[in-house]
Design a protein around this ligand. Structure first.
Ligand code: GUN
Ligand code: ZN
Length: 440
């Protein structure tokens, strides 16, 4: 290939293991004087500068200097659950989930029948995502197939690894936002054929949640999943108590909310459920056994008053489950993973658990990638991984600059960053080895 080799010089951090299973101190690599070599969209080499420099002696490359104690190279963030069409209604006042859907969401989503509108929002969404340092997201589109075309075609321009799908809803939503079991099936199938594995795009079957799909639609979704090896499933589960009561009413024959999805073949690997705030013991067990992943959405859960996600239960009670950090914009209030971790720490404090920095950044990088079964491609910096990474400015505001004078190590540095920093701390974002965001 004639693509030029790029070398980034500076301190870097990456995760090598699961800090909920082994000592967090053994789960990451921090190198204060490193080189990261990018070639053909992959990490070609990474290591201590003194070890990598001799390897580069005969090679042609372009060097970018991010050295200094005020910068840090790390994997791009991975957002496991977000609604790009809701960006125009982020921060809408006064309601909890079901009212919020009717009052704001189902109004806003109708505009995506217009592909030009959808493309315009997708363009803003990706710009903001990259400005926040997020390089992969699992996104909900709307019921309109053109909302998916808009999303993936804008993502392709930036060469981003994205997971997304057409929302399926065939009841309990405005006429303009509903499909049918048959049309939802046909449209999803056509979109899988068009987008799944096209460049870096991956398709997710996206029934919105059990209340807005008939049994026939959930049945059809299960069939699509069986017919298309490797496609994802994403939806919502046990976010709000009124929602859970409604599901019990709508599916009286099922044991509970997760049993609805299980019944239709919608749990397991490459399946991600947003929220999971109010799970029963049986549901925790089934999520653990099946390899289903949970998208934890703290800013959304606080904003919509849904509840507190129990990370201690998810990770430390003998039946660990996959958890990936998620913004859930527009129920969530920020696309910044740093701000999302800030809120998640406070949620865990209220559960007497106290998420530490190593675990937190793991959940937003490698752990999130593993939740999407993409841990072999993204989420870590090592040879052969896709070159999706960020450069953080550790002194991005006057107060953070002042605060950094008294931190004693990388863990404290990371914790202060997740508490105080936001998109202003993202100096540069690279996707597939290419610079896709540079601050100012
Ligand atoms: N449950 C069903 N749809 C949605 C949605 O758009 N956002 C959130 N937070 N929960 C949902
Ligand atoms: Zn959501």
């Amino acid at each position: 290939s004639n693509a030029k080799r790029q070398v980034l010089k500076g301190a870097y951090l990456t995760f090598t293991g699961d800090p909920f299973k082994t000592d967090p101190a053994d789960c990451y690599l921090y190198e204060s004087d490193g080189l990261v070599v990018l070639k053909d969209g992959k990490v070609e080499m990474i290591g201590t500068r003194s070890l990598i420099e001799p390897e580069l002696a005969e090679l042609d490359y372009e060097l970018t200097d991010y050295s200094g104690s005020d910068k840090l190279i790390m994997p791009g963030f991975v957002d496991c659950h977000v609604h790009y069409p809701q960006l125009p209604i982020i921060g809408a006042y006064g309601t909890q989930l079901l009212d919020w859907l009717n009052k704001y969401t189902f109004v806003a989503e109708q505009a995506y029948s217009d592909i030009d509108y959808a493309k315009a929002v997708a363009e803003v969404f990706f710009k903001e995502l990259l400005r926040a340092g997020t390089t992969t997201a699992a996104a909900f589109c709307t019921v309109h197939p053109q909302s998916v075309d808009a999303f993936f075609s804008e993502a392709a321009k930036l060469d981003l690894r994205m997971v997304a799908g057409k929302v399926m809803m065939d009841r309990h939503a405005p006429e303009a936002l509903t499909d049918t079991a048959q049309s939802g099936y046909d449209q999803s199938k056509a979109l899988i054929e068009k987008w799944h594995g096209n460049g870096r795009a991956l398709y997710a079957l996206t029934p919105r949640f059990a209340p807005t799909s008939t049994p026939e639609q959930l049945e059809a979704t299960g069939a699509l999943r069986r017919e298309h090896e490797g496609v994802y499933v994403q939806s919502h589960l046990s976010e709000n108590t009124d929602e859970i009561a409604w599901v019990k009413d709508l599916f009286p024959g099922r044991k509970g909310y997760l049993d609805v999805y299980d019944h239709y073949g919608l749990i397991g690997e490459k399946t991600v459920y947003g929220h999971c705030i109010h799970l029963t013991e049986d549901e925790w067990g089934l999520i653990h056994e099946s390899g289903t992943a949970i998208a934890a959405c703290p800013t959304s859960n606080l904003f919509l008053g849904s509840g507190l996600f129990d990370l201690d239960k998810a990770k430390m009670q003998g039946k660990p489950v996959k958890v990936g950090m998620s913004t859930d914009v527009g129920g969530g209030t920020s696309l910044s993973m740093l701000q999302t971790l800030n809120e998640f720490y406070k949620v865990t404090q209220l559960n007497k658990f106290s998420l530490n920095a190593i675990r937190a950044y793991y959940l937003a990088t490698r752990g999130a990638a593993e939740s999407l079964y993409l841990g072999d491609k993204i989420g870590s910096l090592e040879t052969g991984m896709e070159a999706d990474l960020i450069v953080m400015d550790l002194r991005s505001t006057p107060l953070i600059d002042f605060r950094m004078n008294t931190v004693k190590d990388i863990e404290e540095t990371l914790f202060v960053q997740m508490t105080m920093a936001d998109d202003r701390a993202i100096l540069a974002t690279y996707a597939n080895g290419r610079l896709v965001h540079a601050r100012d």
